[in-house]
Design a protein around this ligand. Structure first.
Ligand code: SF4
Length: 307
């Protein structure tokens, strides 16, 4: 018997093999890299691959955590691959991206949680692609402030860390994580000078209540979070956390407007939205149309927080 209710029409998408998107997939394979698009079975991978972009998964493909909504591999982790930063930088240059997204698995086995490896990857990318914008979607680094500073000092334009769901559901959905630790990480990044633009995301349909969602959005705003993604939870398999509800598109629209009214600079809210979906566009919406050199952004950003 199927554990999850059948998908409504607005969620029916086709995820076909790599034959449709040779360029991105070939580049990823040639550079022996992983994407979270494939590892997490993202419903948008065809759309993003056709746009010539992908989100690179660092330090994987296995994770040290057991989040109940996530399809990423859970087998024993391997030592970090010292050449991964260079290969990622080469692949991104080959793809000709002006904005790229890096993500990571949680590496609770490493002293710095993998922060140094992420920072080396950002540095390698920026050496090969000086004007590129880099977004990093990181784990909570077990709340290690020095590890966070290692990543931030490498100069990502966007620091993304997902809360994923409301605090009441953390034990069932996100064991190993801590709601307040995650908020603190975002607040620490937003308070830094110069500060990256901070971003977070939530999944709907795990059993959360409306009041809990609104409280969580308020918490994110209080932590200085400026970019937000809201999407529908889709269980990767029968073994994953049950989906409690398929939230209709019009409800996502309402939450998107509420979030903008709360002061988020840019919001992507729709059933198939995922953390790094159209990340460059969301960033540009927050900082303005063209993407000026980094220093200029930091200077402007430093001012804007006091407005
Ligand atoms: S920490 Fe991230 S990659 Fe690891 S299981 Fe949780 S969501 Fe998946």
């Amino acid at each position: 018997m199927n554990r999850h209710p059948p998908k409504p029409p607005w969620l029916r998408t086709r995820i076909s093999g790599s034959a449709d998107c040779p360029a991105v997939m070939t580049t990823v394979r040639q550079h022996a890299l992983h994407t979270v698009c494939a590892e997490a079975r993202c419903p948008n991978q065809m759309t993003c691959f056709r746009r010539g972009t992908a989100t690179f998964l660092l330090l994987g493909p296995s994770c040290t955590r057991r989040c109940r909504f996530c399809a990423v591999d859970k087998s024993p982790v391997r030592p970090p691959d010292p050449d991964e930063p260079q290969r990622t930088a080469r692949a991104i240059r080959k793809m000709g991206l002006d904005f790229c997204v890096l993500t990571m698995v949680a590496r609770d086995d490493l002293p710095d949680g993998g922060a140094g490896h992420v920072a080396r990857t950002i540095a390698a990318i920026r050496r090969k692609n000086p004007d590129i914008g880099v977004e990093v979607l990181i784990s909570d680094l077990r709340g290690d402030a020095r590890a966070l500073e290692t990543v931030l000092a490498a100069g990502p334009r966007v620091l993304n860390h997902n809360l994923e769901t409301v605090p009441r559901l953390y034990p069932a959905v996100r064991p190993g994580a801590d709601y307040h630790r995650s908020l603190e990480l975002l607040a620490r990044a937003a308070a830094r000078r110069p500060a990256p633009v901070t971003k977070s995301g939530l999944m709907f349909g795990l059993g959360e209540r409306r009041t809990e969602l609104l409280d969580t959005l308020e918490d994110l705003r209080r932590a200085g979070c400026r970019l937000l993604t809201l999407g529908q939870y889709l269980p990767p398999s029968e073994a994953h956390h049950p989906v409690r509800r398929y939230v209709p598109p019009e409800e996502f629209e309402r939450y998107g407007r509420i979030a903008l009214d709360m002061g988020f600079s840019a919001v992507a809210s729709a059933p198939l939205v995922r953390s790094s979906f159209r990340a460059g566009e969301l960033y540009r919406r927050a900082v303005g149309p063209s993407c000026p050199p980094l220093g200029e952004i930091f200077a402007k950003d430093g001012l804007s927080d006091n407005d």
